[in-house]
Design a protein around this ligand. Structure first.
Ligand SMILES: *[C@@H]1O[C@H](CO)[C@@H](O)[C@H](O)[C@H]1NC(C)=O
Ligand SMILES: *[C@@H]1O[C@H](CO)[C@@H](O)[C@H](O)[C@H]1NC(C)=O
Ligand SMILES: *[C@@H]1O[C@H](CO)[C@@H](O)[C@H](O)[C@H]1NC(C)=O
Length: 367
């Protein structure tokens, strides 16, 4: 038992020391490494203290000494177990009466404090945490108006309200790209207006020629295609092209099979790239006749099926991690939208926190 504790301590020290060093290869700044070390140290400390409740120490030692059987501290486990739980959040909507007598809704969200999710230690990052985390990084958000709302949510987390007011005006100039350099944390964010999947494919081709890739890439489109082209098979074809162009960015792409399933996944390092899913469409609330006709549940499911068939998502062996705006918007519900397709900030704020926590989990992966 004594020996077990010592071994655990040494293991924890090694992880805290070496993981951030390994991450240097991932173009992370010193601050981010410090942040990761801190986060890792805390989660390991919590893990070590809680582990007796979940497994007996002897089980852990025997499994960690035989490297073939996974232990509960195995990064792969953390990833496989916690990543899929990230979207298990709840929304809380409360009607309140203000002093002047008007009624309004207070909307909030969170991860449940009990059940499997609570074991993952997800955390809402505050401004300073998020700034440390993103210090020195290049974030690209590309897509349609959903992507714009995600970019806005991310900036809103990092900037104070004064700067946010200025950003809001610029970012909402319709249908244009936007770039901001947050100089105090050296973060650069590019919003790329890419209403069609083919625009995203073009962006991937462009990025391939850059000397370095974005540290975080979030992209998604579909609503424009649904409204203006309204042809799910055509969407499916362009998703397949996009997948090809994303795969060609990956460092290990020669090891990927035709169907995108990773062979030798031990050496595969997935990039922090995300796919932004489409929101729940509430037909009756859409603001034009054309939208009501074309953007209904049936169209959504046809497009969704094409997305799945393209196997671009991590869950089917592809490169992109899904930020599931559909499940988030559905959970938040009709009271969270005014036009049946763009949702309140609370939905996109949750998506941003899911993304940041996914990045934290992914960083453990380099063990
Ligand atoms: C009443 O208060 C709410 C928030 O406190 C504010 O948004 C709203 O504009 C006010 N309405 C009137 C009529 O003053
Ligand atoms: C960001 O990193 C730079 C240099 O690495 C550092 O000087 C600066 O203080 C950091 N800013 C924040 C907000 O952490
Ligand atoms: C996006 O792609 C469409 C169709 O391929 C094209 O007409 C349009 O100019 C592109 N838009 C941008 C912003 O690149």
């Amino acid at each position: 038992m004594m020996l077990g504790t010592v071994q655990l301590g040494v293991l924890a020290a090694c992880i805290v020391l070496f993981v951030p060093m390994a991450m240097a290869g991932w173009h992370l700044s010193r601050n981010k490494m410090l942040f990761f070390s801190g986060a890792l140290f805390i989660s390991l400390a919590v893990g070590v203290h809680l582990s007796p409740y979940f497994l007996s120490i002897t089980d852990f030692i025997s499994s960690s000494s035989s490297s073939s059987s996974p232990s509960s501290f195995d990064s792969g486990n953390d990833r496989d177990f916690c990543l899929p739980l990230l979207h298990e959040i709840y929304f809380h909507i409360e009607q309140v009466r203000s002093i002047n007598g008007t009624l309004y809704y207070l909307k909030s969200w969170g991860w449940p404090l009990s059940g499997a999710v609570s074991g993952c230690g997800f955390q809402k990052l505050g401004r300073s945490h998020a700034s440390d985390f993103l210090n020195g990084s290049w974030v690209v958000v590309a897509g349609d108006s959903q992507a714009r709302l995600v970019a806005l949510a991310l900036l809103n987390l990092i900037l104070d309200s004064e700067r946010m007011d200025a950003v809001r005006g610029d970012l909402f100039k319709r249908h244009s790209n936007y770039q901001i350099v947050v100089s105090d944390i050296g973060m650069k964010l590019d919003f790329i207006w890419a209403p069609f999947v083919s625009n995203l494919t073009d962006l991937m081709v462009e990025i391939k020629h850059y000397p370095s890739y974005p540290d975080v890439l979030v992209m998604g489109s579909g609503l424009w295609h649904m409204l203006h082209v309204h042809d799910a098979s055509d969407y499916g074809v362009s998703m397949k092209h996009l997948k090809g162009s994303v795969m060609s960015l990956l460092p290990m792409s020669p090891e990927l099979g035709d169907d995108g399933v990773v062979s030798g996944s031990a050496s595969f390092r997935s990039p922090p790239f995300f796919w932004l899913g489409m929101p729940m469409l509430v037909d009756s609330m859409l603001n034009t006749e054309e939208k009501r006709e074309r953007m209904n549940g049936a169209a959504f499911f046809a497009y969704e099926a094409k997305l799945r068939q393209s196997k671009i998502l991590r869950e089917s062996g592809g490169p992109l991690l899904l930020l599931d705006i559909h499940s988030l918007s559905r959970d938040c519900g009709r009271r969270c939208t005014e036009d049946g397709m763009h949702y309140d900030a609370v939905v996109y704020n949750a998506a941003i926190q899911i993304m940041l926590n996914a990045l934290l989990i992914e960083s453990h992966q380099n063990l």
